[in-house]
Structures are given as structure tokens and as C-alpha cells.
Design a protein around this ligand. Structure first.
Ligand SMILES: [Zn+2]
Length: 88
């Protein structure tokens, strides 16, 4: 069995309208990453935890500005990146 760990990152506006999608409507096979513009730290965000903290009806565009970089503490311009998990 081939092991696929890679995640294809897609631009937010490409397949998903991030100003309309919420944590509740975003398809299951998407994973959310966040990237800090200050230190380039990138991390995967747990969707369920995010929904718990921000509310599942929060649109994706509103999430970025609320994030704080766990590496340098930056709060400005943190970007959400959507990744697609490989579907079997
Ligand atoms: Zn940072």
C-alpha cells in the first residue's frame, strides 16, 4: 500500500469561497492550515477545536484575523490555507 502524506494546498478562492463557507459547510476532506507572514510558521489547525472556539458558523475569512501565531505571537495578517486530503 502506498502511503500518501502529501496534502495539496489550494488557493482559498479557487475551489472554495471562503467568505461564504463556514466551518460547518466546509467539506470534510478539507484541512485548514494557517501561515504566519512574520516568521513563516505554518501549522495545521484542528477544525473541531476551531469550531468549538470560534463557532461552527463562522466564515473562514473571519478566522484568519483571530489567529495568533504559536511560534512568534504575531496576530497580523495570518492566512488560512485550505488543504485537500487525498480521497480514497
Ligand atoms: Zn509567527
Amino acid at each position: 500500500m502506498k502511503h500518501r502524506r502529501s496534502i495539496d494546498l489550494v488557493a482559498g478562492h479557487e475551489a472554495i469561497e471562503i467568505d461564504r463557507e463556514t466551518l460547518a459547510t466546509l467539506p470534510q476532506w478539507y484541512v485548514i492550515h494557517a501561515q504566519c507572514p512574520a516568521c513563516r510558521h505554518e501549522t495545521m489547525i484542528d477544525r473541531r477545536q476551531l469550531a468549538y472556539r470560534s463557532g461552527k458558523d463562522t466564515t473562514l475569512t473571519k478566522i484568519g484575523p483571530r489567529l495568533k501565531c504559536s511560534s512568534c505571537g504575531n496576530r497580523r495578517g495570518n492566512q488560512l490555507l485550505l488543504g485537500k486530503l487525498p480521497r480514497d
